[in-house]
Ligand binder design. Sequence first.
Ligand code: COA
Length: 328
Amino acid sequence: MTRPALLRSVVTGTGSALPVRRVSNAELAEQVDTTDAWIVERTGIRFRHIAGDGETTATLAADASRAALAAAGIDATEIDLIVLATATPDQTFPSSATKVQALLGIPDCVAFDVAAVCSGFLYAVQVADSMLRTGIHKRALVIGAETFSRILDWEDRATCVLFGDGAGAIVLEGQQSDDRPTARGILATRLHADGRHNDLLYVDGGPSTTGTVGKLRMKGREVFRHAVVNLAAVLEETLELAGLTSADVDWVVPHQANSRILDATARKLGLPAEKVVVTVDQHANTSAASVPLALDVAVRDGRIKPGQLVVLEAMGGGFTWGAAVLRY
Ligand code: COA
């Protein structure tokens, strides 16, 4: 039987970038009333990278993109679409995506930012995948990049210990494929939003309200509760869309907010901990950057191999949440 031809978005390269400065829990404990033991026990976090002078969301995004382009073996000028997920853009406008375009020397392409906070990369993946599958765009840079250190209240120990800065990027290319689940590329994506939960995780400022950038505020315990339920549900939903089950999964690359959320979600799905890529200990929560950063780490250290089934998932402010199933 001949299979119907269709376009799929295939990951052809991954890359990531971190600020130079790496900060340990012990160093943080010199500034706020906390301990290494509390942070490790409650979150699994040991280190985070903090952007210094000259390091911004766009410069980190451009560095991650250069690494992804090199891995894909293509020149920046072959990119015709940039979708950048961030909640910490360099400027309110123009988009950081256009800044990345300029930094990479791409004379013309479509470039825009997506705002869905910690699930921003999943939103960006679905947007880019939809655009590539029309055939109008051929090769996309899909990026998650953040400098959350600049919107943290460094006197609030309940939040400032949880976040870090960084960027991750993938090159996504539209390729002729078929409907076999063994085909490479994105097999299914699913996104959700529930705007009733604004007050559980938000920034207390913005251009149209206070005219300031604002600082991050979070009711951690309630966010935790929603995260485990939503993430397990959307993972099952997305696997079902792809005609697969958790038994087919080789790797889960989750949003890296808290190791206890990762453990609880994996347990709910009956997935062994060895299949979950964990980088939260090294990077803390880098919001939209965390999934592509973790993906790049696991590709480069040889864990994720071509042909394997990889599931990406994230949940963040809004709330927003989502998942993607892809064959690497
Ligand atoms: N160091 C030491 N003590 C701290 C602390 C810190 N950095 N931060 C908070 N505490 C204290 C609190 O003041 C509280 O003390 P109290 O009992 O005397 O009032 C105690 O620790 C417990 O605080 P609580 O917030 O209930 O802890 P928790 O077990 O819920 O853990 C989080 C806090 C933030 C680690 C946890 O709720 C969490 O990870 N939530 C989800 C966050 C998340 O994933 N956000 C991003 C989603 S994108």
